[in-house]
Ligand binder design. Structure first.
Ligand code: AMP
Ligand code: GLY
Length: 450
């Protein structure tokens, strides 16, 4: 059994670790952006390649003949790597380009929801233009929509992949109607369309599902801390940390909220099948917000989240290789997927100036020794040099995951290990603390009028 794993972050390390626990003892052929220390330990072969150079990966697949490929990051999925690999007979756990538009095009995603009666969208409109004259009118229409229909409470979304940096919110990144319209026009200039939607208030969470055509099997729900700094201040990041609870729910959600999110994932898989005429095979990541009017859809991703994969994969008691085989064969079932009833907390160690600067690139980070059994380290944008030192890149460095009976236990474990790192790094101490979770519970209760 040979698996080609395409990875650019700690998410790939967590996937490789879950593969390596398989009784099928797969050989992992890793295609990575750097000398990834996690992959160096787990993979039979590590190939440092540009993971967006699709032809290079196709050549690697031809040379290594894997049984299947697992594509972890969004960019190669969005660019159609699954189509290219499948055309040479390598099945993929990742959707084809057409299906991956659920992540790579915000307008495709919202229009799909409308077309198939999936009612979780906020109010939204897609704007685009075809001539210079129309542009002036478009600018006026956008201003009118922002000011009079959305009453200044808006979100402007770049209509293509932009590393999590294409979404700007009123009151946070855009303080006036003029700024909102200006950014919307910039988006249109760059990619032809822009999605503008109502800004929702509530508490966000993620629900990821394994998907094979119409069959979806959910993972534990997760909450991500996207902002760079303590108390949810600063710019958005890929995620500074995450937690999940032992009952696979979250403290601010009820069972009906989770059911609503689960139904949305199933309906999206069905709508994609109808729209594209092909089964979606891979991971579907629903980004939701619990509001006073129930659960709404913020976005969809066509892959595992990072750090979300670091929470759920260590809890997977069943065989990830068998799950992937069943996704490819169309035989995915609930029985193949079992997660242990434990809570997890992930805190990311990042370079000190992340995400605003890159000053620490090339400097050394010292990883603590004597890591407890119930703490896992997943290596992201760090590489091991010839002397065995861990060298920082520019993005999130090492995901520290505590696993415990309660969120409190898991948080203490992760925190204790994070405090022992040294070098020019930082982490968010407030991730999954009792106080921080209570704030979310209180906000939800207030919104629900209790
Ligand atoms: P996205 O890339 O669509 O997930 O957007 C990034 C972040 O922007 C989300 O995690 C939310 O925090 C925020 N966001 C996106 N859409 C909305 C919305 N309609 N209302 C409120 N916040 C939003
Ligand atoms: N943690 C957010 C993401 O992976 O998109």
């Amino acid at each position: 059994m040979k698996i080609l794993l395409i990875s650019n972050s700690a998410r790939g390390h967590a996937i490789a670790e879950a593969f390596s626990r398989s009784p099928q003892k797969p050989e992992i052929i890793a295609a990575c952006t750097g000398r990834d220390p996690g992959m160096m330990k787990l993979a039979k072969e590590l190939h440092v390649v540009d993971i967006n150079g699709l032809s290079k990966i196709v050549e690697l697949a031809k040379a290594t003949k894997p049984d299947f490929a697992f594509i972890a990051p969004d960019d190669p999925i969005g660019a159609g790597l699954a189509d290219r690999l499948e055309s040479i007979g390598v099945p993929c756990v990742a959707p084809q380009k057409n299906l991956a538009r659920i992540e790579s095009s915000k307008s495709f995603a919202r229009n799909l929801m409308n077309k198939y009666g999936i009612d979780g969208s906020p109010a939204f409109r897609v704007f685009s233009f075809s001539s210079m004259d129309a542009k002036r009118q478009l600018d006026l229409d956008i201003r009118h929509y922002l000011e009079y229909e959305l009453k200044g409470q808006y979100v402007v979304k770049y209509d293509a992949l932009k590393g999590g940096k294409g979404v700007k919110l009123s009151g946070e990144h855009l303080s006036t109607i003029h700024m909102g319209a200006k950014y919307a026009m910039e988006c249109i200039d760059q990619c032809g369309t822009v999605v503008i939607e109502e800004k929702l208030t509530g508490v966000e969470f993620s629900l990821l599902s394994f998907v094979s055509g119409l069959k979806t099997v959910d993972m534990p729900a997760i909450q991500d801390y996207k902002r760079a700094y303590i108390d949810d201040e600063g710019p958005n990041t890929g995620g500074m940390g995450t937690y999940s609870d032992a009952n696979h729910l979250l403290p601010f959600l009820n069972a009906d909220d989770l059911k609503a999110a689960s139904n949305y994932n199933a309906k999206i898989a069905e709508a994609l099948m109808k729209e594209c005429g092909e089964p979606y095979k891979g991971i579907l990541y629903g980004g939701f917000i619990a509001t006073k009017n129930g659960v709404k859809i913020i976005e969809y991703n066509a892959r595992f989240g990072d750090p979300e994969a670091l929470n759920v994969l260590p809890l997977l008691e069943t065989d990830l290789v068998a799950i992937c085989q069943s996704i490819i064969a169309g035989t995915l079932s609930q029985e193949l997927v079992k997660f242990s009833p434990k809570a997890t907390v992930c805190k990311y160690i990042t370079p000190k100036s992340y995400p605003e600067d890159k000053k620490e690139k090339g400097q050394r980070v010292l990883v603590p020794e004597r890591i407890p059994d119930d703490v896992r380290l997943y290596y992201g944008d760090v590489s091991m040099n010839d002397t065995g030192w861990m060298i920082l890149g520019t993005s999130r460095s090492i995901g520290v995951v505590g696993i415990g009976d309660t969120i409190g236990d898991a948080e203490k474990l992760a925190q204790e290990v994070c405090e022992r790192f040294s070098g020019p790094v930082r982490f968010r101490e407030d991730i999954a603390t009792i106080e921080s979770i209570q704030q979310r519970v209180d906000l939800m209760q207030k919104l629900r009028g209790r």
